[in-house]
Write a protein that binds this ligand. Structure first.
Ligand code: PLP
Length: 388
């Protein structure tokens, strides 16, 4: 045998260590079949690298465990894990009701892409009750999209009630369950049909991976998603999957630390004269606190603060004075972050006749990571002069 063959033969180099604790990173495009009669056997999986090899399979299994799902699928980003099920479950002529406090890029997908395929999105106020949301549904409505606490504004929805009412009407529900990393809330247990997560956040946990998941408890829905993922050619790499798997092992500790520290910082901020409002669902001052405390086992490390400011200019001045907080949009990593929110609030549809709670003041969303909260408080304190 020539060296060229020795180095490239598909049948050599098969000895594998099966003694390490972790599932290894298994990369591959070609998948080998045992015999020719298996080549076109539909029951064989995987038949190709895009089906996912052992690393991806293990991650899907772990996410399914976490979400209490019949089956979980992974996608190359959290956003892809939202857009794929929307595309897979909706068709021309259908309508979707979307909570106004959804992660903003979903709105862009619905309004610029899905719209071209004849799907209409209407946005509803997160303060609406389950009955009020159902009252908005028309014959064309096929899906209700929920997210609680909502992105940036942390509005709380009664997801169990919405899921129940939607099921009674034969409507699907999709929940962005990124907030709690699959630990703090279990949408599928409450009757939600599709639970999605940006694993990029707490699951990855180190700001070095982009990956998403979507989980379902119904086998028919699982088949729909599987067909769509295969047809679109979405593929999530083994390296990203490995990092998500590794992150899962320590997530509960990181999530608890981040959530506990965030409550400390939020409570301190509530006492500051420069602050108009701290919007944190774990605080009794939050209007949705009772529902949040009923459904969620704890809060994560995110919250919003309304400062006595003149909008974006003062927000930016404050952010530029922070030394321990990075200025960046993702979250769930070990590092604390802050962003101002005014430009993102401008996206949202307003309910006619209602006051805009985000019209006045300067708005900062904080993400509290694993630093000592005393140091973070000192950093915020030295920048507060901006709002004096
Ligand atoms: C609530 C929520 N959902 C989905 C996403 C999208 O995740 P990704 O950044 O992996 O696309 C994000 C990202 O910030 C998010 O905050």
């Amino acid at each position: 045998m020539k060296d060229t063959t020795r180095l490239t033969s598909a049948t050599l180099g098969r000895a594998r260590s099966r003694r390490s604790v972790n599932t290894p990173v298994e990369r591959g495009s070609t998948v080998l079949f045992e015999s020719a009669d298996k080549l076109y056997d539909d029951d064989i999986k995987p038949t190709y690298g895009t089906d996912g090899l052992s690393t991806q399979v293990e991650l899907c299994r772990m996410i399914a465990e976490l979400e209490g799902a019949h089956e979980s699928f992974i996608l190359p980003s959290g956003l892809a894990a939202l857009t794929l099920p929307l595309f897979a479950c909706l068709a021309a002529g259908d309508e979707i009701l979307v909570v106004n406090s959804c992660y903003a890029p979903v709105r862009r997908f619905l309004d610029t892409q899905l719209k071209r395929y004849g799907v209409t999105a209407r946005y509803y106020d997160p303060a609406l009750s389950a009955d009020e949301v159902m009252a908005l549904a028309r014959p064309a409505t096929k899906m209700i999209y929920v997210e609680s606490p909502g992105s940036l504004t942390f509005d709380i929805q009664d997801i169990p009630a919405i899921a129940k009412a939607a099921k009674a009407r034969g409507l699907l529900t999709l929940c962005d369950n990124t907030y709690g990393g699959g630990m703090l809330f279990k949408p599928l247990d409450h009757g939600v049909d599709l639970s999605m997560q940006a694993l990029t956040k707490y699951v990855g946990g180190h700001s070095d991976v982009l990956i998403g998941s979507v989980s379902v408890s119904d086998a028919k829905l699982a088949a729909t998603l599987h067909k769509a993922i295969k047809a679109w050619g979405f593929f999530t790499s083994a390296d990203e999957s490995y990092l998500a798997l590794r992150g899962l092992r320590t997530m509960s500790l990181r999530l608890k630390q981040s959530g506990d520290s965030a409550l400390k910082v939020a409570k301190w901020l509530e006492r500051c004269p420069e602050v108009l409002r701290v919007v944190h669902p774990g605080l009794p001052s939050h209007p949705g606190h009772a529902v949040f405390a009923r459904d969620f086992s704890a809060a994560n490390g995110l919250f919003l603060v309304q400062f006595k400011g003149d909008g974006e200019p003062q927000s930016q001045a404050f952010l530029d004075l922070l030394t321990l907080f990075g200025l960046g949009f993702s979250w769930g990593g070990y590092e604390s972050l802050a962003v101002n929110c005014e430009p993102q609030f401008a996206f949202r549809t307003r309910t006619p006749g209602t006051a805009d709670p985000y019209a006045e003041g300067s708005f900062i969303r904080f993400y509290i990571g694993l630093e000592d909260p005393e140091d973070l408080i000192a950093d915020i304190e030295q920048a507060l002069g901006v709002f004096a």
